[in-house]
Design a protein around this ligand. Structure first.
Ligand SMILES: *Cc1c(COP(=O)(O)O)cnc(C)c1O
Length: 451
């Protein structure tokens, strides 16, 4: 068998040595040789050093491909869970870059020089934008729900409609989170219909109950013979019975997006106004910020959550926190278009179509046949399942759509496209401003088989 040091010194592994480090390449070489030795013992041919090195190079490439990379999102899904959900706006990105490479007064009041409250600006802004008494930010909305139930309802019953015992994806299932929090789930109603009277009956049978939990049916829709109690009516019941009304909104819209045809996404402010005591939501769904979870609501309850020991374990990191502050500042200043997701949702169709036409001409000049056409974009991110946005983009018709898409993903600027009926579609609503040149270059490279 070739010796390990000869394998790792092989010229074909120069790139791997540089990018993964000699230690990782040595470990890969050992593991490859180990496997080959078994093969030889079983009567296989003894491989030469070139063969071993080429297998090590292949595994090194797989390892490098695990690294997250910046990509161009041509899928038409604005909040793509596999692509990191909301891209940050310029201001938020700048705030992250500034904080990342230096020290930040994250828990220090610069006026007094004394310790300050972490997240104070973001929380004050969220409370104001939600019309709530107070707010708390944590690592994500899953953490917010866990914290909410754990600190306000552990050991007690929480009433949930059978139509709202949802799975969000990524292992987040309401009954499981509830069990982990220590709260006891009491299911009411049926899959399709739950009335206020169902909650009332459940409360009769559970005198020690802590809360009613409402969960937004974000990633699916029930149509036909369905009923869900009026929010105000449920709040009145909770108040009359002395229990809390808690709400997991999933994707929390701070602005009403119904003018853009996205009226199905509940607005946080409306939920607070309807009487929910605490509402939690993600900051990287339609809000358009970094990963995070927000709890907004009554001050006494938010304070209770703030001082819970779990909160320290679920706290938001410094970089997302400064990104969230900058994102919320754009809301406060009345500049929603500084938030890329909102800008993409609000962009007039004519502008989107003009961009697709510009891509088509740029490609035509470089001998790549494409057609501009109307498309349908999605908000995504587990939110707004049926609510679509009129969009536009280009279609290419390579002989092998799957192979072409793989080449698009494999280039220096990876592009994610959508395949529909054998054509490869790139949606102009989800490609970010400023990415046009890189997109066209990537399409030309992939079309000509140069990647
Ligand atoms: C997305 C979602 C969550 C989880 O939020 P993360 O920020 O991804 O942790 C929880 N509940 C609902 C209803 C959701 O839609």
């Amino acid at each position: 068998m070739p010796r390990v040091d000869r394998v790792i010194a092989h010229p074909s592994l120069e790139e791997a040595r540089k990018r993964l480090g000699p230690g990782a390449v040595t470990a890969l070489a050992r593991s490859v040789l180990e496997g080959l030795r078994d093969g030889v013992r079983g009567g296989g041919a003894v491989p030469d050093v070139d063969e071993v090195a080429s297998e090590v190079a292949r595994r090194a490439e797989l390892r490098l491909a695990m690294r997250a990379r910046r990509v161009i999102n041509g899928t038409g899904v604005l909040l793509h869970t596999n692509l990191g959900r909301a891209p940050l706006g310029e201001r938020a990105a700048r705030a992250v870059a500034e904080s990342a490479s230096g020290y930040t007064s994250i828990e220090l009041d610069l006026r007094t020089g004394k310790r300050g409250r972490r997240g104070a600006f973001a929380e004050t802004a969220l409370a104001e934008l939600a019309g709530a008494e107070a707010a708390l930010v944590v690592n994500n909305n899953a953490a917010a729900v866990l914290l909410l139930l754990g600190c306000l309802a552990a050991g007690r019953e929480v009433i949930v409609s059978r139509g709202e015992l949802v799975e969000i994806g990524g292992g987040f299932r309401v009954p499981d989170v509830m069990a982990r929090s220590g709260a006891r789930l009491v299911e009411v109603g049926t899959t399709n219909k739950t009335r206020t009277a169902d909650y009332a009956r459940a409360l009769d049978g559970a005198p020690g109950a802590a809360a009613i939990l409402r969960v937004h049916q974000g990633n699916f829709r029930q149509i036909g013979f369905v009923e869900r109690p009026d929010h105000h009516e449920l709040a009145a019941l909770a108040r009359a019975r002395g229990v809390l009304l808690l709400e997991d909104l999933g994707s929390g819209a701070l602005l009403d997006l119904s003018p853009q045809g996205l009226g199905g996404e509940p607005v946080v402010r409306a939920s607070v106004a309807a009487g929910s005591d605490v509402v939690c939501f993600s900051t990287d769904k339609v809000l358009g910020g970094p990963q995070g979870g927000a709890l907004v609501g009554r001050a006494a309850l938010i304070d209770k959550a703030r001082t819970d020991p779990l909160t320290r374990a679920l706290r938001l990191g410094r970089l997302p926190l400064v990104a969230l502050e900058a994102t919320l500042a754009s809301y406060l200043e009345g500049e929603p278009d500084a938030v890329p997701v909102l800008a993409a949702v609000r962009r007039p169709l004519a502008e989107v179509m003009a961009r697709a036409a510009a891509w088509q001409s740029a490609l035509e000049r470089r001998a790549v046949p494409a057609v501009a056409l109307p498309l349908v974009a999605f908000v995504g991110g587990g939110s707004l399942p049926e609510e679509t946005l009129a969009s536009g983009g280009i279609a290419l018709s390579p002989a092998d759509a799957e192979g072409f898409s793989a080449r698009l993903r494999g280039g220096p600027s990876p592009v994610l496209a959508r395949i529909h009926e054998g054509r490869v579609l790139v949606d102009a609503r989800s490609v970010l401003p400023g990415e046009d040149g890189a997109l066209v270059d990537a399409l030309v490279l992939a079309w000509n088989g140069l990647v």
